[in-house]
Every structure is written in C-alpha cells, then in structure tokens.
Design a binder for this molecule. Sequence first.
Ligand code: PGA
Ligand code: ZN
Length: 437
Amino acid sequence: MKTFTVAEIAAAEVLDSRGTPTIACKVLLKDGSVGFMQVPSGASTGQYEATELRDADMSRYFGKGVLQAVWNIESYLNAYIKDQTFSSIDAFDRRICELDATEQKSRLGANALLGLSGAFARAAARSCDRPLYAFLSNDAHELPIPFMNVINGGRHADNQLAIQEFMLVPHGFNAFSDAVRAGAEITHYLNEILVAQYGRAGRGDEGGFAPDMHDARQALDAITQAIDKSAYTTQQVGIALDLAASEYHSGQGYFIDKSEKNILDPVKWIEYISMLVNDYPVLSLEDVAADNDEQTWKSITRQLNKQVQIVGDDIFVTQEKRLSSGIQDGIANAILLKPNQVGSISETIATTSLAQKNGYGTIVSHRSGETEDAIIADIAVGLACRQIKTGPLRQSDRLAKYNRLLWIEKELGHAATFPNDYYLNRRALKQKVAEQG
Ligand code: PGA
Ligand code: ZN
C-alpha cells in the first residue's frame, strides 16, 4: 500500500489580497515530493467558523499577524509529524486535529491546520504522480459552473448596497471555457454601463465593481442590461446573490441598505427576496437569513425551494454536524464549501459527500481575502462539486482559480464535461417537464 512519510514541514507569514497576513505552508515528503498551500481569509465570517489564529500583538499588522500559527507548525507540530508515515490525507488530517484537540481548532489555529492539510494533500498527489484533482478522484472529469461576483456590496465595498454579492452565472454552455468567455464579455459591457450610469464602476474587495448604488435593483438592472447587450441570453447566463444576511440585520429584521433605516421584518424580507427572484433571472440565493435565524431560513426554503437554489454559507460553515442538522430541519438545498471554515481538506471532503448524498448542491468557494493559491479549483473538479464561486475575472487572486480550471479542462481533453443546462435552471426544468406532460 502507498504511504507518505513526512521529511520536513515549514510555514511563513505572507500576505493576502487585502494586504493582511496569512499563512503559507510547505510539506516535503521523504521521496522528495513537495506540496505548498496558502490560506485565504474571510471578512463576513460566520460566528460558527473554525478559529483563525491571529497574534494579539497590536504593534504588528494591527494585531493580525500569524507568527504564532507559524510557530505552531514549525515548532510544535513538527515535533510530532516529522519522520511519521501516513496512509492517506485522512490519516494525516486526523493526526493534526488530534494534536489540536479542540472543537474549533482554537489551540493551533484552523489557518495553520488547513495550510498544512492542503500542503500535505498536494505533496501526496505529487508522490502518486497525479494532479490534485485526479488524486482526489480517479474519475474526476466535470468542470464547475462559475459564480462570478461582478458587483460587490456589504462588508466588501464602500457603497450603500447591503447585499454583499451580485454574481453572473454562465451555466447554459457546453464547456467551462465557453462559460468563462461569456462571463468575460458580459463583465466588459457591465463596466461600460456602470461608467455611463454611475460615473465610475468602482472596485470591491473581491475585485468586482462597487458603484455608488444603494438599491439591489440598481445592481440587478445593470447586470441584466449587460447580459442583454452581449451575445448571450438570460437563459444561458443567470444571476446569483449572496445576501450575507448575518451582516445587516437586527432583532427586528433585515436592512435593505446600509443606512440601516429601511428594515423589513422576516415576512416582508421574504416577500422582498421573492420579488427579486420573480423580476430578475436569479438562479441561486446564498445566506438569505442570519445564521441564528432558523425560522426565516426554514420559511424561505419552504417557499422558494422549487424555484431557486438556496445556499447555506454562514449557517453551515462547511461543518458536517451543522449541515446534518440543517438537512433534518429543511434548511437550504445547497451548501457553500470553504475549506478554512472547517480547517482541513478531509473534513471539507466529508461535508461535501454528506451534501451530495442528500441531494444538496455543492459550491466550492474562495474567501474575500485570497492569494494566488488555486487549490479550490482542484477541489471543485476532484469532488465533482459542479459549482465554484471564485470572484470576478479581475485580479490575479481570482484569476488563478479560473486559469487553473482552464488548464484542467485542457488536460482532461475529450473527457471534460460541464454540468447539464437544467442542473441550475430549476425554472426551465419545471417548464420542460410541464411541456412534456
Ligand atoms: P467572506 O465572504 O470570505 O468575506 O466571508 C464570502 C462569502 O460570504 O461567501
Ligand atoms: Zn457567503
């Protein structure tokens, strides 16, 4: 049986796309195979996420340094991991989690553990002479539908939009590369429209535009105009929203802009969201309610389940236990998968497979603070997630993922597939079934 013996582990403090420190890890195996990973970081983080360890030293990077996490890897973990042999990435991850021994990885840091886990997975893949996506599954062949965050609001932008992300979803195509091309062309038209209508397009944390808007309908109008102007239709290219509703709500309800004057109680909030879904080609809604408002989550799922994809991010935080109770409670019909919310590759795999077994959609995701690391591209293909959310086609931290996927498509050649058009388009599917009687 193939095994992997660790020769050396190392870590460094590097920077993410917001100029904030993050951790980079390296694992070298005895056979000379090496793997690296750089860890991303969120801004609208869920309260249930695994702990991102940051130094309390306010004299460096405003207290956001990760030197303690680096020490935890190079000094503490190294003593237990060096020269040890593991039979799988599962066995490796189990060992490092055991050494942390806390529920949310608060002792050694989920950022430290994920970096090590990803670096080990890549070293193991290399040791088997396979790209990571093929190491994760012998049969990997399906490229994901991309969710491209073209208009930024919420915690990612300095405009007045409370909704955090307005995404283009090019889904009605035969190949990933065709979907990317459509996204690139439409983004170009959107830029022109925003400059003409708002004077400037602006830029948010993920590299999407951040014009001076306050109403979600302004963003949705601009995006549909850009699709109409392009060579594509709203049948091929839909829209997804991440409402990140944990960020702009109070005990009374949900704010529809950042002035925090316009508040809707949960019933009105659901009506508002339904209105957006009915008036625009919206296919997918993420974090439609706050992570502690299960009642609203359940009502929205009941009411919109058949019409659109309903994605849980902050409420599930990529953790198997939380997803499992969400499935039982009828919350959402899809999950966002962010490896750093749970803190290891194997746990991300376990949560993905629980979701897939229960018919939940799976969307692998970047964080708003990213690096040029493209491991989520391999994860999306390797775990057959069929969807990836990795920002707009601007900034190298986002493009690294698209370019990696384009390369994987090339490498797979004729074996590469792209999800069927009806996979995301629930309304079109319903219509087709009705037409067929
Ligand atoms: P975050 O945003 O990385 O800042 O959490 C992304 C998201 O909410 O999906
Ligand atoms: Zn989200």
